[in-house]
Design a protein around this ligand. Sequence first.
Ligand SMILES: *[C@@H]1O[C@H](CO)[C@@H](O)[C@H](O)[C@H]1NC(C)=O
Ligand SMILES: *[C@@H]1O[C@H](CO)[C@@H](O)[C@H](O)[C@H]1NC(C)=O
Ligand SMILES: *[C@@H]1O[C@H](CO)[C@@H](O)[C@H](O)[C@H]1NC(C)=O
Ligand SMILES: *[C@@H]1O[C@H](CO)[C@@H](O)[C@H](O)[C@H]1NC(C)=O
Length: 289
Amino acid sequence: MFFLLTGLFLSVLSAQLPGSSVSDARALDAVLQDYAYQAFLRPKTGVVYDGVVPSNLTGIQVSAMRLRSGSLRTRGVSMYKEFEIPKGVVEQPYVERLVLVYHNLGNWSMTYYPLPGYTYLAPVLGLLAYDASDLMAKNLPELYIRASGQPISIQFSELRRVPNDGSVPKCVLFDLNGSVNLSDVLSDNICTTFQQGHFSIVVGGGGAEKNKSKVWIIVGAVVGGFALLVMLGLVVVWVKKYRHRKKMHKMERAAEIGESLHMTTVGSTKAPAATGTRTQPTLETEYVP
Ligand SMILES: *[C@@H]1O[C@H](CO)[C@@H](O)[C@H](O)[C@H]1NC(C)=O
Ligand SMILES: *[C@@H]1O[C@H](CO)[C@@H](O)[C@H](O)[C@H]1NC(C)=O
Ligand SMILES: *[C@@H]1O[C@H](CO)[C@@H](O)[C@H](O)[C@H]1NC(C)=O
Ligand SMILES: *[C@@H]1O[C@H](CO)[C@@H](O)[C@H](O)[C@H]1NC(C)=O
């Protein structure tokens, strides 16, 4: 019972893409790294190069920009598509030059980043960093980039209209392990992040009712669970009391029997004493006359 309850709570608190989605999304990251690097011929640093994706990924945009890591750290990038990268962004492990790969997943957003109960108001955008030392490399591991001062901001250009049902849009961040984080949208269409990953704006519309009923189911389960626990406790207490009373009853009866036995023994010894008292009236009658 207790494990069931904690399980319910955990499923509410931790948002995570299902494992199969994470591996699909990571496979796409690897494919897009390759296509982004193919956009480089004689790349100048700090210039955006748009890649061409294979026909079975039409609808996805990919770009690449090569940078000295020192320049990223001390100057940032004022505008890279929707991303504004402030100074203070550092990578781990350190490399001399890196490539920032940009993704716009367009109509493939929901395919690669399914988020049940939410609707995307913008395409999923990605910003990932790789080592630039070999521009022919495939299957490169990502570098871990982190904003140490101001956060990186993402200005989404064409937001779909917010449904008119009072639901509030949220920024969503998917890290490379598939963890999902929701945060507030700034000035209508801006999200901020201190790390790389994939980003979008979502609204809990449509799913809001579903979520509400989910919450009620959980509340019901918790309250019901506690009621059941309390009832179980009462039953245990009652059984204990009943056993105790039964025992007391037995003991009482045993005591009664013991007492009656005692009485008889006392009675037999008392009997002569009683005859002794009976003699008194005879004494009395001796005095009265
Ligand atoms: C797209 O097609 C290529 C072959 O051109 C294939 O290797 C790849 O797996 C396909 N990708 C997807 C996501 O279907
Ligand atoms: C996205 O749109 C393109 C055409 O613009 C289409 O070829 C592709 O199948 C669409 N992808 C999805 C997942 O619907
Ligand atoms: C992802 O998970 C690995 C190990 O499972 C961990 O080392 C890494 O820090 C995680 N990355 C993020 C961005 O949470
Ligand atoms: C998600 O949000 C929590 C709390 O706001 C924060 O502690 C955590 O680091 C965030 N995770 C990621 C991957 O940004």
